[in-house]
Ligand binder design. Sequence first.
Ligand code: NAD
Length: 356
Amino acid sequence: MKKNIAVLPGDGIGPEIIAEAVKVLDKIADKYGHEFEYNYVDIGGCSIDKYGVPITNEGMEICKSSDSVLLGAVGGPKWDNCPPEIRAEKALLAVRKELNLFANLRPTKLFKYLASSSPLKEEVIGGGIDLLIVRELTGGVYFGAKKTENIDGQLVATDIMPYSESEIERIGRVAFETAMKRNKKLTSVDKANVLETSRLWRKTMHRLSNEYPEVEYSDALVDSTAMQLIKNPSQFDVIVTENMFGDILSDEASMLTGSIGMMPSASLSSGTRGMYEPIHGSAPDIAGLNIANPLGTILSAAMMLRYSFDMAEEAEAIERAVDKVLDEGYRTGDIMQENCKKVTCSEMGTLVANKL
Ligand code: NAD
């Protein structure tokens, strides 16, 4: 299969971790007879430095005409004081909007060899952690009308949280389909006891659940879910929720594993094109030192193969290779443990590629 990938290394450790993901993709292409063409695009601070904008129109066109987008990370202190309209993060929002990426998928998996990195006690994570949060990404309170006005001599701020039935149905379908590909268990998270948008959310999810009788469906309130993620994370398979709840819960869930450098993510549209990136930022404190953990980016590339290119076997091969490398005791500095072998970012990429 021939695929055209827009590669956006970005800032900080972005270029280092992306190089390792490309190394692994090249090995996959070789082994399975695919052809991956990479089109590199500057994004974030490096683009501001070169062109005065966080992504150029040409760069955006390359993303829009690609089969998928692979991103490192953007931003850093050097660009923190740029005017709001050209901030590095603006480019990410622009790509999400242009590609209509409305579904954010964030798996949280505790690799058994890294159990001691989790802030949770061993008896709590006994059943392992392997859950996936599907977050609605383009609606809700972050995108609703907002204002601050003076009423009776004091400032009053309002943020509106709109959701249409079709927006809920669209993300609901992604969640049910994702659950069908995993352990067929879906928890829909809302605040239906107080929010009107949540009541519509719940009603729409219930209607959809009739179409997926194989999926074990349940509702949960967001406050209770925040507690359950800490108390008994093994109970979850797929969680679906609206934008703001998903923002908060997915960050909470990612901390359960204690290793931010390991976590991949995918942002999907209704077609097959998506944007894939590790959940961490550009880590300016370790940029250029070849010590970053590239596994989150490598696992993001695996998600790209699974969700955008329908290459489940190849995706599993990468995930197994990562597992084997960890099993053999290789660690980058951020996940280093006693009696393990410390490797650099590029050595880690090579180790994974060689296991394929
Ligand atoms: P960060 O995720 O970049 O770093 C937090 C800590 O985790 C740092 O100590 C860093 O060294 C470490 N870390 C992160 N990724 C690592 C990896 N792969 N290997 C080893 N250690 C790793 O978060 P931050 O410091 O809050 O943000 C730095 C910059 O990144 C900011 O400009 C922020 O706006 C930006 N950011 C970008 C994205 C994105 O591109 N999607 C996301 C979050 C933050």
